[in-house]
Each structure stands twice: as structure tokens, then as C-alpha cells.
Design a protein around this ligand. Structure first.
Ligand SMILES: Cc1cc2nc3c(=O)[nH]c(=O)nc-3n(C[C@H](O)[C@H](O)[C@H](O)COP(=O)(O)OP(=O)(O)OC[C@H]3O[C@@H](n4cnc5c(N)ncnc54)[C@H](O)[C@@H]3O)c2cc1C
Length: 443
């Protein structure tokens, strides 16, 4: 049986109306009970938790915008328990721990798409407020329409007036929603730290449906001695979405031991018409992904998964500084190609040799610095170069390289150059001596 997260079973009343704590819009509904039940069930599905942990987890997931009160949470847990979806497990002191039952898992899987939708709504709303605020505004609109038009004594001309207002709203949204929202985001994200009224960059997180796709190699090129470009095609690319150059997909390749290894790669270029996805593989000595790329030929199959989500960096960014080794080049190249004309971008890219330099087609105002380095774990060439460079205020810095290199560059920029942390994102795309390892510094 497919359960609806909003259905009214079981009988115990989930009361507590008015006890939700909304930090931005008191009195307005942010999650309704059906939403909260699904969310709580998914949280205890990850691991058993007690009430206080659940309150904190919901608060964290909503970016601090919503904290369920105990008066809302406990009736929700009671509803789940009564329905056989949750069970009280071991107690920690006098705190009860709630876990999920097999029926709870069935319920989650029957409502998987509702949950996905809910998580993306909470996350997007939690970070910026925009989509959630839109949902809330639509709720307010529905209430206003009901109260105005469903009354027995509807005034003459009320319907025409409402219709005219709605048409006008639609027209104004079409004309300037993007601009308006961006301005609002900038205002919301402005901070007292640093210079007064200085806006922070906006990072929008968008979740995608997670799907595995079976693709076929349609082209292989040796882009440079240290880089292989592989184009994959297939109808299963229908619906593929990658919204940010910093996205990654998982590729599934033989691990050389009879099993399958997963590795992260950047969607370098996607052609939705031809249904072709390009990936650039940096060549190094070991590793199943590199081995697969080195021997790939037209007609070979490759399974990919993701991207799971995209982090879109925007807001009032005055300039970009992109730093990395050859594993970062696919993302850097894509960002340059997708960048608006005239945007100032500096790139510091380290490759083994001059022959590994690449040309990027970009309208951006590009200041390109190639470094040739023998040791990919040596941060010194990057630091030497960066010491000679000016970094304007409101420059967004993106770093991806070997873990210790990314850490050293990040530390130099933050500690010695005083670059503000919200203006920087650094990752170790690989770690020397460790297979399949990523280091994240800013999550
Ligand atoms: C978000 C993200 C996006 C990425 N995008 C790309 C991309 O588009 N193109 C790309 O080439 N890489 C990319 N990488 C890096 C790639 O995932 C790693 O290099 C991965 O470890 C390669 O897998 P492998 O099977 O070849 O080697 P592994 O089995 O993971 O590692 C085997 C050994 O090789 C070493 N090693 C791994 N990578 C390198 C390297 N580049 N140079 C020298 N030694 C290495 C490891 O330290 C280990 O000792 C990305 C990583 C992340 C996190």
C-alpha cells in the first residue's frame, strides 16, 4: 500500500499548532505535519536518534530557519510509533531513542519522490530562503484567495480585481524575477563582518535525481601527454543535469581484482542534443580509473552515477581566482567557457610540462598563469606565483589539487593574505599515496 505522508492515520492527535519556531516568518507554516513526519522518519532511518538530536538535525537541515518545538516533535514521533513506522529502542539515561521499522522503510520508499522534493525544498530554502519563501508566499496567496472568493458575500467586481492582480504579478515575475531574487539574496547575505554592507557570495545547492547510466565510448583523444579526453554517449544521458563546473560524477570501473571501483570525475562538457558527455582524465601512474582511461576505445561501455547535486556559486562576485593541478583543469576549463564575457578571472594551473597546457575558449578577461612542476605534491610553485599576484576584494577563489597542496594554498590565502573564508572553496581532489581519497576543507 502506498502511504501518503499527509494521511491522517493513526488516531493519536499530532497537536501543537502554533509551536513551530520559524526564525524568519513567525506564524507561517514552513513544514506541515506530513512533511515533518517524512523528514523525521528519514532521519531516524539514517540512524536511531533521540528527540533532542532530531530537533537539532531538523534545525541544521533547514539552515537554522526552523526548529521544531518538543510540542510538535513528540506528537510526530508518537504518530510514527503508533503507525508502526518507528520504534523506541535503547534508552540513553532518561532519553528514549527512536529507530525505524521495516514498515517505516516501506513508507519511506513509497514516498521517496515526496521526500526528495521536500529535502531539496528545505535545503534550498534553508540556505537562501528564496524557494521556501516562494512556497510560503504561494500558501499566503491561496489563503487570501480562499478568504476573498469563497465568502457568500463576494463583492461585485472582486473576481475581476483578483484576476487583474494575478496577471500583473505573473507579468512582473516574468520581467524581473531573477534580478529581484538576486538583489534579495545579496541583501540577506550581507554581513557585519568585514566592511559594512559587503555582500557575501551566494552558494545555491541543487539536488539531482541520482541515477546510474550505462554509456558507450564514442571518442577518445589524447588531449596532451598528461590528459585523455573521452566522449561518452547513450540514450541514458536523457535528463542528465550538471549545473556547476565543480560538479562531479562517479565512474564505475574494474578495480583489477574482480570488483568495481568508483572514482570522481568532472562533467567537462555535456551536449544534450547529441546526448554526449565529455570527461578529461589526468594520466598518472596507478589507479583503476586511469588504467581504464588509458585502455579505453570506441565502443567500450562505462557506467556513471550522478551528479548527486550542484553547488552554484553566484552573487556579487567581482573576480575569480582559480587554482589547481591537471585534475582541476576540467572544472577550470568548463568554468572559463561558461563564464560571462568580460568577467575578470585569474588562473594558476600547474601541469607537468609546457605540452600539457590547454587553450580555453572564453569571453572572460583571462589572466592565465601556467606552472610546470615536477612534483604534484609541492605547493611552493603555486605559493611563489600567488605572492606576486594582487587579489581584489570580492574575488572568489576556487582551489582543487592534491590534498596537501590545496591545504597549503588555502592556509596561505586565508592566514597570510587575509582572504575571507566565505570567498574561498578548496578541495583535495586526490591525496598522495591514498586511492580514492578526497579532502574537503570548507564544508
Ligand atoms: C570533485 C572531483 C572532481 C574530479 N574531477 C577530475 C577530472 O575531471 N579529471 C581527473 O583526472 N581527475 C579528477 N578528479 C581526481 C580523481 O578523482 C582522482 O585523481 C582519482 O584518485 C583517480 O583515480 P585512479 O583510480 O586513477 O587512482 P586511485 O586508485 O584513486 O589512486 C591510486 C594512486 O594514485 C594516486 N593518484 C590519484 N590521482 C592522482 C593524480 N592525479 N596524480 C598523481 N597521483 C594520483 C593516489 O594518491 C594513489 O596513490 C576529481 C576529483 C574530485 C574529488
Amino acid at each position: 500500500m502506498k502511504h501518503d505522508g499527509n494521511d491522517k492515520r493513526p488516531s493519536r492527535k499530532a497537536s501543537g499548532e502554533g509551536h513551530h519556531r520559524h526564525h524568519d516568518h513567525p506564524g507561517r507554516r514552513l513544514l506541515d505535519y506530513g512533511d515533518l513526519r517524512l523528514l523525521i522518519l528519514s532521519l531516524i532511518g539514517q540512524k536511531p536518534r533521540h528527540g533532542y538530536e532530531l530537533i537539532r538535525a531538523v534545525e541544521e537541515q533547514s539552515g537554522g530557519r526552523y526548529t521544531p518545538s518538543p510540542g510538535v516533535l513528540y506528537p510526530t514521533l508518537a504518530w510514527l510509533e503508533d503507525g508502526g513506522f518507528a520504534v523506541i529502542g535503547e534508552s540513553e539515561g532518561n532519553r528514549k531513542t527512536y529507530g525505524i521499522t521495516p514498515e517505516g522503510r516501506d513508507f519511506l520508499s513509497a514516498n521517496r519522490s515526496a521526500l526528495q522534493h521536500l529535502l531539496s525544498r528545505i535545503e534550498r530554502g534553508g540556505r537562501h530562503g528564496a524557494p521556501l519563501a516562494v512556497a510560503e508566499a504561494m500558501d499566503a496567496l491561496k489563503t487570501a484567495l480562499r478568504s476573498q472568493l469563497k465568502r457568500p458575500d463576494v463583492e461585485d467586481g472582486a473576481v475581476e480585481r483578483v484576476v487583474a492582480i494575478l496577471h500583473e504579478a505573473a507579468r512582473r515575475i516574468e520581467d524581473g524575477a531573477g534580478e529581484g531574487m538576486e538583489k534579495r539574496n545579496r541583501q540577506e547575505m550581507s554581513t557585519d563582518t568585514g566592511s559594512q554592507n559587503e555582500a557575501l557570495p551566494v552558494i545555491e545547492r541543487v539536488k539531482h535525481e541520482l541515477r546510474r547510466r550505462q554509456l558507450t565510448v564514442v571518442d577518445v583523444q589524447r588531449l596532451s601527454p598528461a590528459m585523455i579526453r573521452i566522449v561518452l554517449g547513450g540514450d541514458e544521458l536523457q535528463g542528465f543535469a550538471s549545473l556547476s563546473p565543480a560538479d562531479h560524477i562517479k565512474i564505475f570501473v574494474p578495480d583489477g581484482d574482480g570488483g568495481i571501483a568508483m572514482r570522481d570525475y568532472t562533467p567537462r562538457f555535456f551536449d544534450p542534443v547529441k546526448r554526449q558527455l565529455t570527461i578529461d582524465f589526468a594520466v598518472h601512474e596507478a589507479g583503476p580509473a586511469t588504467r581504464w582511461a588509458l585502455s579505453a576505445k570506441v565502443g567500450d561501455g562505462l557506467q556513471i552515477g550522478g551528479p548527486r547535486g550542484s553547488q552554484i556559486i553566484g552573487g556579487s562576485i567581482a573576480a575569480w581566482l582559480l587554482i589547481g593541478d591537471e585534475t582541476a583543469l576540467p572544472s577550470i576549463g568548463r568554468r572559463l567557457e561558461e563564464m560571462q564575457a568580460g568577467v575578470p578571472v585569474s588562473v594558476v594551473a600547474a601541469v607537468p610540462d609546457r605540452a600539457d597546457e590547454q587553450n580555453f575558449e572564453t569571453g572572460a578577461r583571462l589572466d592565465m598563469h601556467w606552472l610546470h612542476r615536477a612534483d604534484p605534491t609541492d605547493a611552493v610553485p603555486y605559493l611563489e606565483k600567488l605572492k606576486t599576484m594582487e587579489i581584489e576584494p570580492s574575488t572568489f577563489v576556487w582551489i582543487a589539487a592534491e590534498g596537501s597542496v590545496a591545504r597549503a594554498i588555502r592556509r596561505y590565502l586565508v592566514e597570510e593574505r587575509g582572504h575571507p573564508m566565505p570567498w574561498l572553496k578548496a578541495s583535495g581532489y586526490w591525496v598522495q599515496g591514498k586511492a580514492d581519497t578526497v579532502e574537503k576543507f570548507d564544508e
